[in-house]
Design a protein around this ligand. Structure first.
Ligand code: FES
Length: 261
């Protein structure tokens, strides 16, 4: 086994694929399984166009919010109906692409799916199977720079989800309300912990001492930012659990556990 650096001062020329002896393949494998399972579930649900609204308690799953299709139950459409009702168009198709792009361009998810799906590289100090590496300098990966704009869109969508969760309390309090509320708290924590949010809050100033409010906000966001990976996974879980609970109620599989009303 030889190990030298190439003449151009680039990568070390190591004949073995990796010198690592630990189970480096486990995190990318788990990420692959987790992300693939979530994407399959979310795609099926987004196109199902059914079991997304519980009229009795005003529960709307985040996968169908805001419900803009003319096919939506009118009471579930808090912001109007103008999209055609066709099978290939999810009812929330105006906002779902932004949420998808927000997560696809997220710094953490990039790391996760570059490793788990593209093996580029699969782990630290493990050679990738690709011959060429151009980083994020070319289309389409150049588009990762748009993350900041998708952050703004995601913040607006989190506001809409919060509005849905608050509206549901008009009918009393049940387990569904608590699940919807916990989901929006998790969504806000993930959104605020975004790296772009951190630079928006703390960037473009030369002196924190002259901007105490922004400094405090930046400290707060930075603390959340350290947990960004955990929050990314937590929100995938809360979104799926919230959607599944609403679906189970709407389909009549279970009844809501009521606390008040
Ligand atoms: Fe992950 Fe912005 S870096 S959401």
């Amino acid at each position: 086994m030889s190990s030298t650096t190439d003449a151009a001062g680039g990568r070390a020329q190591i004949s073995a694929r990796t010198l690592r002896t630990d189970r480096w393949w486990l995190p990318p494998l788990l990420n692959f399984a987790g992300l693939a399972a979530w994407v399959v579930y979310a795609t099926v649900r987004a196109f199902q166009q059914d079991n997304y609204w519980v009229g009795e308690y005003e529960y709307l799953t985040p996968f169908y919010s805001p419900c803009f299709s003319v096919g939506c139950v009118p009471e579930a459409s808090h912001f109007g109906q103008f999209l055609p009702d066709v099978w290939w168009l999810p009812y929330a198709s105006l906002t779902l692409p932004f949420l998808l792009l927000f997560r696809l361009t997220c710094y953490y998810y990039r790391k996760a799916y570059y490793r788990a799906f593209w093996l580029s590289p699969p782990a630290c100090a493990v050679a990738e199977p690709h011959k060429k590496y151009t980083g994020e300098t070319r289309f389409p990966l150049l588009g990762q720079n748009l993350h900041r704009y998708f952050f703004y869109a995601a913040a607006i969508i989190s506001l809409i989800n919060t509005y849905d969760a608050i509206l549901s309390f008009r009918t009393g309090i049940g387990l569904g309300n608590i699940i919807l509320l916990l989901n929006v708290i998790a969504l806000w924590a993930y959104t605020i912990s975004c790296h772009s949010c951190r630079s928006i809050v703390g960037g473009r100033i030369n002196n924190f001492s002259k901007h105490p409010a922004r400094y405090k906000s930046w400290v707060f966001v930075s603390k959340l930012n350290a947990k960004h990976m955990q929050l990314a996974w937590l929100t995938l879980a809360t979104l799926a659990i919230t959607d599944f609970y609403v679906m189970a109620l709407a389909a009549g599989w279970i009844s809501d556990l009521r606390i008040v009303g």
